[in-house]
Structure formats: structure tokens, C-alpha cells
Design a protein around this ligand. Structure first.
Ligand code: C2E
Ligand code: CA
Ligand code: CA
Length: 708
């Protein structure tokens, strides 16, 4: 046995190389200090140096307290540490320390006394872990907990099966359920049953896809009362895949909603009858219009106004009036089909939107239910009313909601004009025409202000010797972008409008002042001025004429001819005759224009004081090849001779016309064959040319007139 080698036992832990152990202290990221029995630093490991910024060589011989404590270090903890060191007891503490540069950090301190027992000098080994992160987390949790408890919003936390894990006090306050009532339950216990399964499905879909949903939900409190909440639900994922929980927060917005409803009522409904008001009618009409477009259906918009309702208010008082309005409102609402609307627009006016088919039947029904007697129950006995109904139909009338109501209103006025208890349809085409007219009248007003009108002049000559006897003033509109407009483009619009007289006065004034300019230049030219019937019959006509002549004393009234349209029916021929006589007394001459085209040519020729008769150009233009026209021209010339009225032929376009007219005994001629109407500035030059050509001819029968 002795020669058998018995192996030495392995080295036990306690006998590990001390160098290795001191290496542990050097490499650990924890902070390690060795203090002597007085608590004075003997050694610090590199972990300590790195954390605190203090180097061993600088701090050995000092006390940790002097180095590491700072303003927020808890004084109690500090005192406890000092006491423990004095007593030489082991201890652990969490304490806030400061680095050399002043940055605070939390450590967990573990201090162990050492001494003879371990075979070393008495003192302490202090091991410190940085626990700042942990402390920070703790603080966050504390804040979160206080938010949870103090929030005014209710908070529900539920697991991935939507079982409630926790609710906060606000939840209990709003719903009436305590925390214990609901733990482990599904939040659907709050359900009011108001929402469809689809509503919840789309909510969960949003949570599934976006981890979030926000919206309004009607729920029920523990006491059964319904309330509406604005809720937001978030899905919070945990680190483990597939594990999450839900955080739902909500506020009770029932009061807000009720208030909004009250406001909506006040803004959109009529207090007296409870019907929608005009505002709401317009909104509904806008929607009905879109709907009609989609469904390719028609709509009727009606405007109903009670006939003579004011008299009822006046004789029975407002209370009775109000009661009648309430009864009629109820009847109207009941008479309509679902989807139709009856609204009170104001006073005794109601608006209706009819979406249903068979509108014609409903119109009559509406008028007839108004006709049924109403007993306001105030001892007055039954009262029977009628209404006027204006109707417009969409899309034939393609106006917007506001326009449709306005058009129905216009139609209602037309119904009223026709009598009581009637209906009238709005005519979109007529309206379009009226609108165009209104637009042009506005434009004409502007044109008058901007001096866009001008007078052109067309010469009138004596056929016998080609002498220019005068010029007819013809109006032109120098339109800013349409160019030069002839009277046919704007006079028809003007007819019977409030602008007819102002424009007539402008012509009169302009023509007379042109004559005055000619007079000052030494040319006393005669002028013919066209006067519309309405202008002639206007009260101020002669007064205005006189004042103009008065302010231009150089102008001789005998050189002015007023051309009165024979084709216009002069309503009051006696008055017309008086006005013209008065004009003749002032020295003016009178011509009967467009002779032969009107209804009462002969009456006019006999009754009106006439100095000249103008044969309308429509007969003259074709007299050479149309025997009837020629016959009319002949007859007019004959009549003129019998009545001793000189005759002027318009529309003399060629020399052949002039020769034919001369043979028939016509006195004067006017037409493109002599000259087209020209601006005032061109007259002098034209006159010279005309004079030269005609005096050069041996027989000055206008033979050399341009174009003849
Ligand atoms: P009117 O009084 O019969 O005037 C003659 C019209 O015949 C003028 O048209 C003239 O340019 C045109 N005319 C002249 N010679 C010929 C011709 O040989 N052939 C053809 N085809 N036409 C010829 P205008 O200037 O377009 O005036 C049209 C009408 O407008 C006038 O017819 C007159 O009734 C009215 N008018 C023109 N100026 C005034 C005005 O200042 N006041 C009023 N109330 N009416 C006016
Ligand atoms: Ca004329
Ligand atoms: Ca004429």
C-alpha cells in the first residue's frame, strides 16, 4: 500500500488565491469601498471610481459622507448610517448620492464590519449597487397609480378576454358600479342595447387593426338610467407575443348632448307649432335634392300662405290665431307621407317638401285640409280658412335649396294674385327670361351712367333736288365687350321698363345738344328724334323738352321733328294728340313713323297732328318686285297727298327705288342708298361729298348719289 501514490486533496475554497479575490473586487461593476474602523476610506475599486468620478488617490483618508452626500440626500438615512458605523453593526440602506460632477444617483448600500474574526484590521467593506433605474420605475408607477385614482375619466383595464381587471373610482362614480361589482366581468354589462351588433363589430375591428377605437356609446348605469359616453379604447401589448390588455377611458357627455339637442331645437324648430323652421326646411331640402338625384325622382317644393290670416288675428286676437296655426300645422304634418316635410317658415307661411309620387293629389288635399273648419275652442265658433299654394318642381327647376324655396314663394304670390284658394306652378323658363331681362336692365343702367350710348345720324333728302333736309338720330350702344350694338339688341328689353323714359330723355338731351354744337359751328341742320309711346305719354315729357330748348336758345324748334311710332298702340289717343299739339305749339314738327305697320294707321293719320308721314321700310324694300308692297306704297303716297301730309320713304336702298318713288310722287327719301347712319363727326365730310356730286350733275335728281 505504501508504494501507492495517494493524490493530494483539491484546494478548498477558503484557500483560493487572495490575488484572485482582490481581482473580483477590481472587476465587479459594483462600487466597493474599504473603510477603517473610523469610517475613513482606505481603498476604492475601479467600479467606484468610474461611477462617482472620484479617484482613489484623491479620496483615500476622507469619509464617504463628506464626498457623496448632496442636497436631496435624506438626512435621516444619513444619520442612521453614521450611527450604524459607530456601532460597528452590518446594515443595508437605499440612499441618494451625488457624483463628483453633482449628478444624483440612487444606490443600495450593503455595509459589513470586518476585523479580527477575518484576520484583518477592523473596519468596513461597503458594497454599493446603482438602483436609479429601479427607483425611477417605482416613481412612475406611483404617478400612474395616482392618475388612475384621481382621473375624472372613468378607466377600465381588461385582459385579452376582455374580463375587467381593474376600474378606477371615476368609473364607479359615473356608472354606479363598485370595483368589486365588476371585477372579472365583461364591460358589456353596461350595454344599453341601443347599438346594433354591427356597431360593436366595427369597433372591435378597429381595435384589432389599429389597436385603437374612439367614439360615442350609449350605456346604462347600475340604476338603469341611460347615458352617453365618449369612449376611447386602446389595446396595450405586453412583451410576450399574443399577450395584451385593454385600457378603456370614457367621460359622460350626456349633459353636453342634451344641451346640444336644446340648441339644435332652438335653431331648427318652430316653437309655436313644433314643426321644422325655415333653416331646417332648407337643410332637408338640400338632402332631399341629393336623394332625388340618386334615385332619379322628382321633388315638389310648396309654399303655402293662409289667405286673410291677418284679419283673423285682428278680429279674434293672437291667442286664437296661434291656436289655429297649431291645428293647421298638425293637419299638414299628418297629411304628408313619410319622408315628406312640413315646416313653418314664419307667420302664416308653411313650406312643404313632397318626395312621394302622385304630387297632384296631395296639392289638392293640402288646400282642402286647410278648408276644413277649425274650432280654436275659445268660444268663437269654427273658422274656415283658405290658402294660396305656390309650387316648384325639381329637377325641372334646377335651383339650389334656397332658390327652390324662393321660387315656390314667387309662385305663391302669383297664386294670390289670381285669387284665393288656388295653386300656381313656378315656370323656370319664364323666370330665366325675366332674370336675363333684369340683368340687361342693370347693364343698361350702368351703360347710361358710363355714357356708353351714342347717337348716329342718317340723312333724309328731298327727292326733287337731292337736298339734305335733315338727319334722323338713331341710338347705338358702344358696349365695352360686345362692340357696337343696334337698337334691336336692347330696345325690346327696355320696353315697358322703368328705364324707357330715362333713356328717351337722354336721347332728347343728346340730340338737342348736338344741334346746339352744329349751330355754334354755323350749320343749322334739322334733326328727327324717335320718341317711344311711353316716353311721349310720360307726365314730364313736354316739361323736359321745354327746359332743354330753353337752355339751348340757339336751337330752332322748327328744325326738330319728333318721330312717333305708328305701330305702337297709343293707349290714349286724345292725350297723345294733346301732347303733340303742345309740341307743335313750341314749334316742333311731328312725323308718323313706320306708317302702315300698325292697327290704326288711318285713325292716327286722321286724329294726330302730323307734319310728315314715313312709309315703313318693310314696304319700300320690296316695292320693285312685290306688287302688294308697291300698292301699299302707292296708297300711302296717295293718302298723304289727300291729307296734305308730305311723305318720306325709308329703306331706299338703290337708285331704282328712288326713281320709282319719284314717279309715284314721294317727297323725301332715307336709306342705305343715300347713306348709312354715321357718327356725328362724319357728317361734315359726307355733306361735302354729297353736295359736290349732286351739284356737278346736270340733273340733280340724286343721279350721282353714291350707290344710286
Ligand atoms: P326706325 O325709326 O324705323 O329707324 C330706321 C331704321 O332703319 C334704322 O335702324 C336704320 O339704320 C334702318 N335703315 C335705314 N336705312 C335703311 C335701308 O336702306 N335698309 C335697311 N334695311 N334698313 C335701313 P336702327 O338704327 O337699327 O333702328 C331701329 C329702330 O330702333 C328704329 O327704327 C327706331 O324705331 C328705334 N330707334 C332707334 N333709335 C332710337 C331712339 O333714339 N329712340 C327710340 N325710341 N327708338 C329708336
Ligand atoms: Ca324713325
Ligand atoms: Ca321705320
Amino acid at each position: 500500500m505504501s508504494d501507492i501514490d495517494i493524490p493530494e486533496p483539491e484546494t478548498p475554497c477558503s484557500e483560493i488565491d487572495p490575488e484572485l479575490l482582490s481581482l473580483v473586487a477590481s472587476v465587479t461593476p459594483n462600487m466597493v469601498l474599504i473603510l477603517d474602523a473610523e469610517g475613513i476610506i482606505q481603498w476604492a475599486n475601479p467600479g467606484f471610481e468610474e461611477h462617482t468620478g472620484y479617484l482613489l488617490k484623491d479620496i483615500s483618508g476622507t469619509r464617504p459622507n463628506d464626498l457623496l452626500n448632496g442636497p436631496a440626500t435624506d438626512p435621516d438615512t444619513r444619520a442612521r448610517i453614521t450611527r450604524k458605523l459607530c456601532q460597528g453593526d452590518p446594515f443595508e440602506e437605499d440612499v441618494l448620492l451625488y457624483t463628483r460632477s453633482g449628478a444624483p444617483f440612487w444606490i443600495h448600500l450593503n455595509c459589513i464590519p470586518v476585523g479580527a474574526e477575518q484576520g484583518v484590521k477592523p473596519g468596513f467593506i461597503a458594497i454599493m449597487n446603482n438602483i436609479s433605474d429601479h427607483k425611477q420605475g417605482e416613481r412612475g408607477l406611483r404617478i400612474a397609480a395616482s392618475v388612475f385614482d384621481r382621473s375624472h375619466e372613468a378607466i377600465i383595464i381588461s385582459d385579452h378576454n376582455n374580463r375587467i381587471l381593474d376600474v378606477n373610482p371615476a368609473f364607479s362614480r359615473i356608472t354606479g358600479y363598485s370595483r368589486l361589482d365588476v371585477l372579472g366581468l365583461n364591460p358589456s354589462i353596461l350595454s344599453s342595447g341601443r347599438h346594433s351588433p354591427d356597431y360593436y363589430r366595427s369597433m372591435w375591428q378597429s381595435i384589432q387593426e389599429n389597436d385603437h377605437w374612439r367614439g360615442e356609446i350609449w350605456n346604462r348605469r347600475k340604476n338603469g338610467e341611460e347615458f352617453v359616453e365618449l369612449q376611447s379604447i386602446s389595446r396595450v401589448h405586453l412583451n410576450e407575443p399574443g399577450r395584451y390588455y385593454h385600457v378603456a377611458t370614457f367621460t359622460d357627455i350626456t349633459a353636453l348632448k342634451n344641451h346640444a339637442k336644446e340648441l339644435d331645437w332652438a335653431a331648427n324648430y318652430d316653437e309655436l307649432t313644433g314643426l321644422p323652421n325655415r333653416q331646417r326646411l332648407e337643410d332637408r331640402l338640400a338632402r332631399a335634392r341629393t336623394h332625388a338625384d340618386q334615385q332619379q325622382k322628382t321633388l315638389s317644393v310648396c309654399y303655402l300662405d293662409l289667405d286673410g290670416f291677418k284679419a283673423i288675428n285682428d278680429s279674434f286676437g293672437q291667442t286664437v290665431g296661434n291656436q289655429i296655426l297649431r291645428v293647421l300645422a298638425r293637419r299638414l304634418a299628418q297629411a304628408l307621407h313619410s319622408g315628406d316635410t312640413a315646416a313653418r317658415i314664419g307667420g302664416d307661411e308653411f313650406g312643404l317638401i313632397l318626395q312621394s309620387d302622385n304630387h297632384d293629389v296631395i296639392y289638392k288635399r293640402i288646400l282642402s285640409i286647410i278648408n276644413e273648419p277649425v274650432d280654436p275652442g275659445t268660444g268663437t265658433g269654427p273658422i274656415t280658412l283658405t290658402a294660396s299654394l305656390g309650387i316648384t318642381r325639381y329637377p325641372a327647376d334646377n335651383a339650389d335649396a334656397e332658390g327652390l324655396i324662393r321660387h315656390a314663394d314667387q309662385a305663391m304670390y302669383s297664386a294670390k294674385e289670381k285669387g284665393r284658394n288656388l295653386l300656381h306652378f313656378f315656370d323656370p323658363e319664364l323666370n330665366e327670361h325675366r332674370q336675363q331681362r333684369r340683368k340687361q336692365l342693370t347693364e343698361i343702367t350702368r351703360a347710361l351712367e358710363n355714357e356708353e350710348f351714342e347717337l348716329y345720324f342718317q340723312p333724309q333728302v328731298r327727292i326733287a333736288d337731292c337736298k339734305v333736309v335733315g338727319f334722323e338720330a338713331l341710338i347705338r350702344w358702344k358696349h365695352p365687350y360686345k362692340g357696337l350694338l343696334h337698337p334691336a339688341a336692347f330696345l325690346p328689353t327696355l320696353e315697358d321698363s322703368h328705364l324707357e323714359v330715362p333713356l328717351g330723355q337722354w336721347v332728347l338731351k343728346k340730340a338737342i345738344s348736338q344741334m346746339n354744337l352744329w349751330h355754334q359751328a354755323g350749320h343749322d341742320l334739322s334733326i328727327s328724334i324717335n320718341i317711344s309711346a311711353r316716353h311721349l305719354m310720360d307726365q314730364s315729357f313736354t316739361r323736359y323738352l321745354e327746359s332743354y330748348l330753353h337752355s339751348h336758345p340757339g336751337v330752332k324748334p322748327g328744325k326738330i321733328t319728333l318721330e312717333v311710332l305708328e305701330s305702337t298702340a297709343l293707349d290714349d289717343i286724345r292725350r297723345a294728340s294733346n301732347v303733340l299739339t303742345r309740341c307743335q305749339e313750341l314749334g316742333l314738327r311731328v312725323a308718323l313713323d313706320d306708317f302702315g305697320t300698325g292697327f290704326a294707321s288711318l285713325t292716327y293719320m286722321r286724329t294726330l297732328p302730323v307734319d310728315l308721314v314715313k312709309i315703313d321700310k318693310s314696304f319700300v324694300l320690296n316695292m320693285l318686285n312685290d306688287t302688294s308692297d308697291r300698292a301699299i306704297v302707292e296708297s300711302v303716297i296717295f293718302l298723304g297727298q289727300r291729307f296734305s301730309h308730305p311723305i318720306l320713304a325709308e329703306g331706299v336702298e338703290t337708285m331704282a327705288h328712288a326713281h320709282a318713288l319719284r314717279k309715284l310722287g314721294c317727297d323725301y327719301a332715307q336709306g342705305y342708298g343715300i347713306a348709312r347712319p354715321m357718327p356725328a363727326g362724319e357728317i361734315q365730310e359726307w355733306m361735302q361729298l354729297w353736295h359736290k356730286k349732286n351739284s356737278a350733275a346736270e340733273k340733280p335728281v340724286c343721279a350721282s348719289a353714291p350707290g344710286w
